[in-house]
Design a binder for this molecule. Structure first.
Ligand SMILES: C[S@@+](CC[C@H](N)C(=O)[O-])C[C@H]1O[C@@H](n2cnc3c(N)ncnc32)[C@H](O)[C@@H]1O
Length: 369
């Protein structure tokens, strides 16, 4: 079950180290991206490795999902330059559960740490948003991020008929699109400053693919429509107000390949002028591990029990914060329990087509030398 930090506002992943345990799919995504990171390290200019190597993991949550990738990255750097000092800068929002991160990185929890493998490895932690510059200019070799930059810098408006921009229409959709356009450029401009000449970004972002597919919408039941349908049924039953429902709008946007690529291809774009170039972009689907398991075991109760926490790990805080603070905390918690309980029953009774396949754009970007 997701643990909710009642003091938080906006988005937080499940705390207490539950994020990585509940989201094995996110780890599969990072594992699939690892060869891209290793290739990027091998392609770095010799000159950029003179004073040490720095990799940032932006939007790292509790860092459990990227441990294997970072272990391989350190190994690859060491093969290029034995014993080169390596700094791993873990970054997330200030309200992230950094205690869980420390537990995972230092091997105090369920995962093995890479820290015992070698000397000269320096994990560093930052609560600076990726919408700002995180580390000093020209100090970064590899900027990595997985499954994080779809979170917009702000919620530009509530969506009147849905909980996510994938269901928005007309002016509301336009407003989200414009914010995403601005935000993506802001993310890139800051990275352009941080990167050493010849440095690279490996950014694995949720997106909309060439066939219009996106997270949880790859041919089966549309996950976001299900989120919406259940909250709308709560409105119909007068369990939550229309205002609360609208406040639940998720501040996210899924860029298309064209939207991701534009600032890196056009010479009149500030990002291009700052020296960033697109090396590669493709879209990939990583299947929902819980739905895949269900195909093998066929137990819908187990499927629902395993699948709902992965959804809950990333959207509970938004939905909770949408509920009126005039309601006693206990009542808000009960509504949230009922919401996910309703979803779970839905999957138990009719499991076919449910699942959260991941749809990502895998983007490699270089800073000119
Ligand atoms: C779904 S988790 C992904 C965690 C990990 N990268 C992975 O792939 O398993 C998204 C993370 O992005 C973080 N995040 C969202 N907006 C952010 C921002 N503006 N700056 C830094 N981190 C942010 C969230 O706090 C959360 O930890």
């Amino acid at each position: 079950m997701g643990i909710f930090n009642a003091q938080s506002e906006g988005i937080t992943m499940s705390g207490g180290g539950l994020y990585s345990l509940a989201t094995v799919g996110a780890k599969h995504v990072i594992d699939a991206a690892t060869p891209l990171v290793l290739d990027a390290i091998n392609a770095l200019p010799e000159s950029s490795l003179k004073t040490g190597f720095t990799l940032s993991d932006m939007g790292c949550a509790d860092a459990g999902t990227s441990l294997s990738m970072i272990t391989s990255a350190i190994e690859t750097v060491n093969q290029r330059v034995p014993d080169l000092p390596v700094s791993i800068v873990y970054t997330d929002q200030p309200r992230n559960d950094f205690n869980a991160l420390i537990t995972n990185v230092y091997g105090l929890g369920p995962f093995e740490t890479y820290l015992d493998d070698r000397k000269n490895i320096f994990p560093l932690v930052s609560g600076t948003s990726f919408y700002r510059q995180i580390i000093p200019a020209e100090s970064l070799n590899i900027g990595f991020s997985a499954t994080a930059m779809h979170w917009l810098s702000q919620k530009v408006c509530n969506i009147s008929n849905h909980v996510q921009a994938v269901g928005a229409k007309g002016e509301e959709l336009q407003v989200f699109r414009q914010q995403a356009h601005k935000d993506w450029r802001q993310i890139l401009i800051h990275r352009a400053r941080e990167l050493k000449p010849g440095g690279k970004l490996v950014l694995i972002n949720f997106g909309t693919d060439e066939q219009g597919r996106y997270l949880g919408n790859t041919g089966g039941v549309n996950m976001f429509d299900t989120f919406n349908q259940i909250w709308q049924s709560f409105v119909d039953d007068k369990r939550v107000s229309q205002e609360e429902y609208q406040n639940m709008t998720l501040p996210q946007y899924y860029n298309s390949v064209e939207e991701f690529s534009a600032p890196l291809l056009k010479s009149d774009e500030a990002v291009y002028q700052a020296g960033l170039r697109l090396d590669h972009i493709d879209t990939r689907i990583v299947k929902c591990p819980y739905a895949e398991d269900f195909k093998l075991h066929g137990d819908s109760i187990r499927f629902a029990r395993e699948y709902i926490p992965t959804i809950r790990s990333w959207n509970e805080s938004i939905f909770f914060n949408g509920l009126s603070s005039d309601r006693p905390l206990k009542e808000r918690r009960e509504l949230i329990e009922d919401y996910y309980g309703t979803y779970r029953t839905m999957v138990e009774n009719n499991p076919e087509g449910h699942g959260m396949d991941y749809v990502h754009a895998y983007t490699i970007i270089s800073k000119v030398e």
